[in-house]
Design a protein around this ligand. Sequence first.
Ligand code: 5RP
Length: 217
Amino acid sequence: MNQSQLKRLVGTAALEHVRPDSIIGVGTGSTVNCFIEALINSGIRIEAAVSSSEATSVLLRAGGIEVVDLNQTGGLDVYIDGADEFDAHRRLVKGGGGALTREKIVAAASKTFVCIADQTKRVNVLGAFPLPLEVIPLARSLVARKMVALGGRPQWREGFTTDNGNWILDIHNLDLVDPVRMEKTINNLAGVVTCGLFALRPADLVLIATEDGVEQL
Ligand code: 5RP
């Protein structure tokens, strides 16, 4: 199976976690797009969705799914989203698509965060994928210098603006052996809106698409 087939497989497997008539949280990315397609084709009727990005909202609405604001819904039962990397403790690196801030908010508002990924995203230690940080534009250089001091090599995702009007720094070569500590450290830097580490609030379940089917972690 190629990676697109694996993404479709795990996107469909996530349907098991969707309760009819509920309001669910929906993440961002190509794996989530497979989930959205599977949801639309499944005939499962949900009341509405809280979306983590403008791109996801467009797809949901095109499929006839109402998109509602998190301020209207209160807590959610389930949030379905992808990841760029996951480890054995279900800690994640996210934000490859630049939607990390809203993703972190919707994950925080959800009882169960179901992460959907294919086997290529599994790592022993997080950090091979550059860690995205959403930063206030004014603080780009300041945060970049702080990240160099922490051992990283920041790269500005030039030309990209987040849905919140901010910029992204992708941090290469960062030592993420202790991701909880690093997430706390980065969260404390002035000018950082969100760090793409999901270690303080990891996924509750990771569905992993493999050649032999879908595994659960
Ligand atoms: C977007 C994300 C995505 O979940 C992550 O980048 C994985 O994307 P894909 O499913 O396309 O591989 O965090 O901000």
